[in-house]
Design a protein around this ligand. Structure first.
Ligand code: A5A
Ligand code: ZN
Length: 479
C-alpha cells in the first residue's frame, strides 16, 4: 500500500490524490478544467442534489431546464453583467462551415438566458412571486489555477435558483428563505459555515448586493460554497420584465438568485476528511454501512451467510448497505472502505456468529466495539447519528478556531502567518482603504458578517487608516 498524503499538512496534494483514489473524478480528460465524474463520486453528488431538490420542492420553486447556448444579443443587455463575464465566456462562432450571424455564448450562468423569457411569462402581480431553479452544466473560462470540483471550466452540477417579486421587501424575504434552505442543506452535510455580505467591488456582476457562504479548508484558506444575490430591478430594466399591479400600473419586478455547485462536495471532502481518506456524513454516503465477513479456515460457521443476513435486515430498515465478498484480505477491504469514507463498518467472524454478536467500527473516530446481533438496527442507527453529530461538532470547533477577531494589521498578519483562517478586523467602510488592506494582508475581503447587526461595533478605530471604524470586516486567503 502506498504512502498517502497527510490531510493537515499537505492538503492540496491530499485533495488532488483523493479525488482519484476515492474514485470521485478522473482528471485526465484532455480539456483543461473539465473532468469526468466517476460512479462513486457521482452517487455522492446525487445524494447532495436530492436534498437540494427536496428543499426546492418544499419552498415552492419549480424545476426548469434552459438551453446551454445564449445569443450574444441577449447576453449584452445588462452592462455590469457583461463587464463581469465577457472575459470568462466560451464562444460558439461557427456551425458546420458557416460563421454564425449572431454568435452564441456557452452560458456561464443563466440570467441572460432566462430573463427575456421572464418578460414573456410574467404578466401580473398574480404571477408573483415567481420561483424557478435548475441544476445544469455551465461554462466559465477560469484563468486562475483550476482544481477538480473547486474551480472548473465546466461546472457540471451548477444549481441556480431565480426568483421575481413585486417588491424589494419580498425579494429580501426570499434571501432569508435562501439562507434557511442553505442552513438545512448544510445540516445534512454536517457542515458549519459563515455568511458575509460582499464588499461593493466584489459583488456578483449586476447585483445590488451579494452574500457569500464560506467554509474554512484544512490549510486555512476559505472556499465559497454558496451565494445569494439581490438584483433589485437591475435586470428587470435591462430585460423589460414588467408586471401589472393591482391598480393597473406597470412595474419592474425585483429579482434574486441563489447559486451552488459541486464545490459542495469539495467542501465535504476537505472539512470531514482525514489522513486515511474521505469521511462521509451518513446522510450523503452512497454506502452507509459496509459489512466485511472475516472467514476462518475449517470453521463450521458461514460468515458470508451471516453477513448477508445482517445486510438484509439493515436494508429493510432503510440503510444503504454493501457486503464486501471480494476474495482479498480483510485488511485490504478495511483500507479501501476507509479511503472511500464509508461511515460504519461491520466485521463478522465465526466467533461473532457463535456468540450472536457483531463488531462495529466507526470511520470518524476509528473506534471499534461489539454489539448484540439482536440490537443491530437500533445500534447502527444510533451510531450513524453519533457520527453525524461528531462530524458537525469537530468541524464547528475547527471553524471557530480559525476565526480570529483582531484590532490591528500587525495581529492580522500574524494570523495569516500562523494557522490562517478568517480574520475579523475593524474597518472604516471606505473602498480605497479596504482595497489597501487586501494588498497589505495579501488576502481577500470576504465582506462583513451577515446578518449585518453582527458586524456593528463601537469605539474602535479602522485597523488601517485609524479613522473611526464603522463595521467589522472579514479577510481570508481564498480558493
Ligand atoms: N447567478 C448566480 C447565482 C451565480 O452565478 N453566482 S456565482 O457566480 O457566485 O456562482 C454560484 C456558486 O457556484 C459559487 O458560490 C460557487 O460555489 C460555484 N462556482 C462558481 N464558479 C465555479 C467554478 N469555476 N467551479 C466550481 N464552482 C464554481
Ligand atoms: Zn480605513
Amino acid at each position: 500500500m502506498v504512502e498517502r498524503k497527510r490531510w493537515s499538512e499537505e492538503f492540496s496534494e491530499w485533495y488532488n490524490e483523493l479525488i482519484e483514489t476515492a474514485e470521485i473524478q478522473d482528471k485526465r480528460y484532455p480539456v483543461k478544467g473539465m473532468n469526468i465524474w466517476l460512479p462513486y463520486g457521482l452517487r455522492i453528488m446525487r445524494n447532495i442534489e436530492r436534498f437540494i431538490h427536496e428543499e426546492m420542492e418544499r419552498t415552492g420553486h419549480k424545476e426548469v431546464l434552459f438551453p446551454a447556448l445564449i445569443p450574444e444579443t441577449e447576453f449584452q443587455k445588462e452592462a455590469e453583467h457583461i463587464a463581469g463575464f465577457e472575459g470568462e465566456v466560451f464562444w460558439v462562432t461557427h456551425a458546420g462551415h458557416d460563421p454564425l450571424d449572431v454568435r452564441l455564448i456557452m452560458r456561464p450562468t443563466s440570467e441572460t438566458a432566462m430573463y427575456s423569457m421572464f418578460s414573456l411569462w410574467i404578466r401580473s402581480h398574480a404571477d408573483l412571486p415567481f420561483k424557478i431553479y435548475q441544476i445544469v452544466n455551465v461554462y466559465r473560462y477560469e484563468t486562475k489555477h483550476t482544481r477538480p470540483l473547486i474551480r472548473v471550466r465546466e461546472i457540471s452540477r451548477f444549481f441556480e435558483a431565480h426568483t421575481a417579486h413585486d417588491s424589494f421587501e419580498d425579494a429580501e424575504r426570499q434571501i432569508r428563505e435562501d439562507l434557511e434552505i442553505f442552513g438545512r442543506l448544510m445540516e445534512k452535510l454536517a457542515m458549519p459555515y459563515i455568511v458575509s455580505k460582499r464588499p461593493d467591488w466584489d459583488k456578483f456582476p449586476g447585483a445590488f448586493y451579494s452574500l457569500g457562504a464560506e467554509v474554512v479548508m484544512p490549510d486555512g484558506r476559505t472556499l465559497q460554497i454558496g451565494t445569494m444575490h439581490n438584483y433589485k430591478q437591475n435586470f428587470a430594466r435591462a430585460y423589460n420584465i414588467e408586471y401589472e399591479t393591482e391598480t393597473g400600473e406597470h412595474e419592474y419586478v425585483h429579482q434574486t438568485t441563489y447559486g451552488m455547485s459541486e464545490r459542495l462536495l469539495a467542501a465535504v471532502m476537505a472539512v470531514h476528511g482525514d489522513d486515511r481518506g474521505l469521511v462521509l456524513p451518513p446522510a450523503i454516503a452512497p454506502i452507509q454501512v459496509v459489512i466485511v465477513p472475516i472467514p476462518k479456515k475449517d470453521s463450521v460457521y458461514d460468515v458470508y451467510e451471516y453477513a448477508r443476513s445482517i445486510a438484509e435486515e439493515l436494508k429493510n430498515s432503510g440503510f444503504r448497505v454493501h457486503v464486501d465478498e471480494r476474495d482479498i484480505r480483510p485488511g485490504r477491504k478495511f483500507y479501501d472502505w476507509e479511503l472511500k469514507g464509508v461511515p460504519l463498518r461491520i466485521e463478522v467472524g465465526p466467533r461473532d456468529i457463535k456468540n450472536g454478536k457483531a463488531v462495529l467500527a466507526r470511520r470518524d473516530t476509528l473506534e471499534k466495539f461489539v454489539i448484540d446481533r439482536e440490537e443491530l438496527v437500533s445500534r447502527v442507527r444510533e451510531t450513524l447519528d453519533a457520527i453525524h453529530e461528531n462530524l458537525y461538532a469537530r468541524a464547528k470547533e475547527f471553524l471557530e478556531n480559525h476565526i480570529k477577531r483582531v484590532d490591528t494589521i500587525k495581529e492580522a498578519k500574524k494570523v495569516f502567518e500562523d494557522r490562517r483562517g478568517v480574520v475579523e478586523i475593524p474597518w472604516c467602510g471606505e473602498e480605497s482603504c479596504g482595497l489597501e488592506m487586501e494588498e497589505i494582508l495579501d488576502a481577500k475581503m470576504l465582506g462583513i458578517p451577515y446578518p449585518e447587526e453582527e458586524a456593528k461595533i463601537e469605539g474602535k478605530k479602522c485597523a488601517h487608516c485609524g479613522r473611526e471604524a464603522r463595521v467589522i470586516v472579514r479577510f481570508a486567503r481564498t480558493y
